[in-house]
Design a protein around this ligand. Sequence first.
Ligand code: NAD
Length: 424
Amino acid sequence: MAYIEPAPLKDKENPFEAMMSRFHVAAQILGLEDEIYNVLKNPARQVIVSLPVTMDDGSIRVFEGYRVIHSTILGPSKGGIRFDPHVNLDEVKALAAWMTWKCAVVDIPYGGAKGGVTCNPREMSAGEIERLMRAYTQTMADVFGPDKDIPAPDMGTGPREMAWLMDQYSRYKGMTTHAVVTGKPLVMGGSLGRTEATGRGVMVSAMAAMEKLKINPYKATCAVQGFGNVGSWAARLLHERGLIVQAVSDLSGAYFNAQGIDIEKAIQYRDANKGSLEGFTGAEKISNDDLLTLPVDLLVPAATEDVITSSNVVSIKARLIVEGANGPTSSKADNVINEKGIMVVPDILANAGGVTVSYFEWVQNRLGYKWTADRVNRRSDRIMKDAFNNVYKTSQEYKVPMRIAAYMVAIDKVSKTYKYRGGY
Ligand code: NAD
């Protein structure tokens, strides 16, 4: 077999440490007391369960499941459930803390949590996934609750799995409980506007940042990495606001056109091509690494974590980065970005449109009422804009990058609330 050169090592970081390094800087600038630092550093609760599931061939397999509740200081905890072979407690802990900061930045009354099961849903039948989701829900039935802990979809789960979760929880309680989970199908209490919510929030954050940087959207160019839910909605909405989207990409590679990609055509192509842009015409094929270093005004990483790292950060030419993905910039790349004077709208702010509309889903479920898409969009745009302005003001006042400012806004809110509520 021919020798294959291994891919260059990226700054693959332990997600919990990456999050903590930013938390630490923000806490120091705020002068956070050691006692409160320790409270916020540690998850409030970590649940690990064994889930025996009967497989289609009659055998019984035992899966390991997690739910980490990082904080309930601001309200019931909120966070997705990930079905993936790489799920582990450390990752779930980091993602749970991330949710605490995200909810606090956009000022919604939730704490943070995350769940996961170590499994490979791509190798399981629908029936096996359903039994696993029902077993997980049943075991976590005392952890979940509309006023306690509200799950949502994450990698490897979607509306179908949330429907099973809602049904299993409702059976356990003996009453229909829509508000126990968000991200449900529209026909059973899902919210209009949820599908586009994260990409829409990315667009709102980008427009707000461009205003501050005095970038005229009608003359601005943009590159979007990732053409899934977040990336394609962000590209479409940015294009609608006048930007020339010069490049988009997915796992098949990146597609560049200096005059602008026809986003509607790219979406239609992807949908007709099993979700992939492979073979898309009307653009020159470049690599995902090339996309990141294009001389554009705005770069939107909306694919996966750790793509802007110490190995490529010096070549980044964008004036503005709006993080659609969670953790696309390694903490080692932060300093270079700051030295280069690039503004970054960080993930915990830029992609919080999704959790904001999840919150609206919960509110509608509790009201027993349905809002129009227009009402959902107007309210989430307002929340995103206010959050952006708040973080921007903090960054100006303390002369810190937007990422640190976002952590400061979040930590300040959670720590002040903790002091009012009091400990033992
Ligand atoms: P998705 O699965 O719909 O799409 C991911 C896209 O990225 C696909 O086009 C895939 O081909 C591409 N991709 C994956 N790895 C890549 C790589 N190495 N290089 C280039 N492209 C790559 O996922 P999504 O829901 O759009 O989520 C994208 C990111 O946004 C994730 O980091 C996710 O955690 C984050 N996020 C999503 C939401 C949401 O509401 N969907 C909310 C907050 C954060």
